[in-house]
Write a protein that binds this ligand. Sequence first.
Ligand code: JDQ
Length: 258
Amino acid sequence: MKIDLITIFPGILEGPFKESMIKRAIDQGFVDINLIDLRKYTHDLHNKVDDTPYGGGCGMVLKPEPLFEAVEDLKKKSTYDQVRVILLTPQGQVFNQQKACQLAGQSHLVLICGRYEGIDERVRTALVDEEISIGDFVLTGGELAAAIIVEAVVRLLPGFLEEEASTDESFSGSLLEYPHYTRPAVFRGMAVPPVLLSGNHGEIARWRKKQSLRRTYERRPDLLQQADLLPKEKVYLEEIKEEIKEENKEENKKQQSI
Ligand code: JDQ
């Protein structure tokens, strides 16, 4: 897979791609990531990439010419026949794991990281295939949003992560993760749940599944709505609801005795 990122601040994106998981993916040849400085596609003395908005108003807008030249150049040089051009913007479709999977299936992505008040609308209409937001909050530019998308996509590339690690996790299975513990067995008086030390793999799997269901029920009931649970999981969920009811009764008794 090839990922090109067009930005006026390549420095923002250098760090994230030089460390850890993404560096390994690059070194092992799973992905080729290129930072493209938009100013390289300007022709004036000052490498001007922005201009004032028509109609007035505050701030600046990214000019169309450098962005068109950059994307056209990247497409011309691409060895793939399908190049997907993505714009990071607060107005895009909200990014999620499903979208990450879709993008991981593409061979060549071009991510445009805007700045200022945004980009000239003609870039959006004539050049961009898809607009993505990483969530309902406001950033000052698209670079950090692009880094998040690259991270979520690269870890899904076929053969890169351990199979189980990416299929067994939060969101792809639409349940939250169960709690994890490592040594020591007792830390500052806090003990690891005994079942995890039992060596009974069936019991451990059952405990973990119930913990996943309980966490999802308590923290993200919206995810349970979408999940199609197995009959066994539905039984666990009913047990969990009973357990929570019992725990609340105990809480109330304690409260009343004070
Ligand atoms: C740009 C901006 C318009 C703020 C300029 C380019 N999820 C998400 N939040 N914020 C962004 C994405 C984002 C992406 C690219 C950006 C913000 N800005 C600043 C532009 C309205 C508000």
